[in-house]
Design a binder for this molecule. Structure first.
Ligand SMILES: Nc1ncnc2c1ncn2[C@@H]1O[C@H](COP(=O)(O)OP(=O)(O)OP(=O)(O)O)[C@@H](O)[C@H]1O
Ligand SMILES: [Mg+2]
Length: 378
């Protein structure tokens, strides 16, 4: 059997629809149910799909339109992305696409009213029901959507308006709202485990060489910690890693840190050093804990996480070497300090797994030097 070779299209094409849409069964089921009723009973429905930016609204609406509708209904489908297009562009795209679907010849026109009339005529006389998706509705184009939604009611077509939470609040809560809609599908953020599966699947679909579980986890941990578990941010990270992987380079933690540095700008290395300096003033144990973690991750660059037991073991050995008292409670307290200060992080999969975002060798040097200074002072 030929091994499926990843195609980068799934990362670089914003309209790409994966074969499987993970963890949206409930939402897809309710959307399909509403359209099924309207399809069978011959009326039109207008629906709004909304969620925070990057949560997967486009892929959700396109999955419905390109995979489910053709399977379940005999309908025409028209998708228009309204992002940064003016009203004329949107209407002429609607017009082009309805003519393509219905295989009707089109007359060239540049006037908005003429285009709308042409569109209306062709949509009205279409031999099948039509489902229109307008993606990225906002203040500048809401009128086009509202107009399309009204027309759809007349001609028993249906619409799906897609908009981010911000525009949804803005446009649906206004007193004189234009946004008449029958039904809405809110898209929630995914849990950590769900996001992991989505990223894993996308890696398998698109990567020249697969990534280890640890690396996919690390990406997911970082996105969940810093970016509200948005799949879009994970896919952006994969995009940045793709050229390295296709050159045959192995993807390690350092590459992931570089690929996600845009969202993890909690502070620069100097800020970290200041935090560590402050911790260091009198907290010998915390420095030792940091040194143990950073030292381990430096010696094993392919390991992304260190578990608490390993931390304890390393520290037990260090304590013996330095003849200081070893007490697991002190270690836990120090870990809490470091986590609280965002010097180290707990994995969302398991509290037992710890990771860092500053290159471990930098943390290692800093903590070791400070600890030695502290020891000399005492
Ligand atoms: N459930 C899922 N299964 C597989 N891939 C997903 C899923 N949800 C989102 N994705 C992927 O995440 C990425 C972002 O999704 P999408 O572009 O649909 O987000 P969006 O909410 O429309 O973002 P924007 O605010 O930029 O319009 C895409 O690559 C998409 O294919
Ligand atoms: Mg989108």
């Amino acid at each position: 059997m030929r091994k499926k070779i990843g195609s980068p299209r799934g990362l670089f094409d914003p309209y790409y629809v994966p074969d499987l849409l993970l963890h949206r069964d409930r939402e897809m089921h309710s959307l399909t149910g509403v359209y099924k009723d309207s399809y069978e009973s011959e009326y039109g429905v207008n629906c709004l799909v909304h969620g925070i930016t990057g949560v997967g609204m486009t892929v959700f609406s396109r999955y419905f339109l390109t995979k489910l509708v053709p399977q379940q209904f005999d309908a025409f489908t028209v998708y228009v992305d309204a992002r940064s297009k003016d009203v004329l562009e949107i209407v002429s795209e609607l017009n082009d696409k309805i003519h393509q679907e219905t295989k009707k010849p089109i007359t060239v026109a540049f006037d908005l009213d003429v285009l709308w009339m042409q569109f209306k005529r062709t949509a009205t006389s279409a031999s099948k029901k039509t489902i229109f998706v307008i993606d990225n509705i906002d203040e500048r184009n809401e009128e086009v959507y509202a107009k399309l939604a009204r027309l759809s009611k007349e001609i028993k077509a249906s619409t799906i308006g897609v908009l981010n939470s911000h525009d949804y609040r803005l446009l649906t809560k206004a007193p004189a709202t234009q946004m008449a809609y029958d039904f809405e599908v809110p898209l929630d953020t995914y849990t950590q485990a769900q996001l992991y599966e989505i990223v894993r699947m996308r890696v398998e679909d698109t990567f020249p060489m697969s990534l280890t579980d640890e690396i996919v986890r690390y990406i997911t941990d970082i996105v969940c910690e810093f970016d509200a578990s948005k799949p879009k941010t994970s896919i952006e990270a994969l995009k940045a890693l793709w050229p390295l992987s296709s050159q045959g380079q192995e993807i390690d933690s350092e590459a992931v840190r570089a690929a996600t540095s845009k969202i993890t700008v909690v502070g620069n290395d100097q800020d970290y050093m200041d935090i560590i300096d402050t911790i260091a003033l009198n907290d010998f144990m915390t420095l030792l804990v940091l040194e143990a973690i950073a030292g381990h991750l430096t010696s094993y660059p392919t390991e992304t996480y260190i578990d608490r037991q390993t931390v304890n073991d390393i520290i037990a050995a260090k304590c013996e070497e330095l003849s200081v008292r070893y007490d697991p409670h002190d270690i836990e307290k120090s870990l809490q300090t470091l986590i609280f200060q965002s010097v180290i992080f707990e994995s969302g999969y398991s509290r037992n797994l710890l990771y860092v975002l500053t290159p471990p060798e930098i943390l290692y040097d800093a903590s070791m030097n400070l600890r030695r200074q502290l020891a000399r002072r005492k």
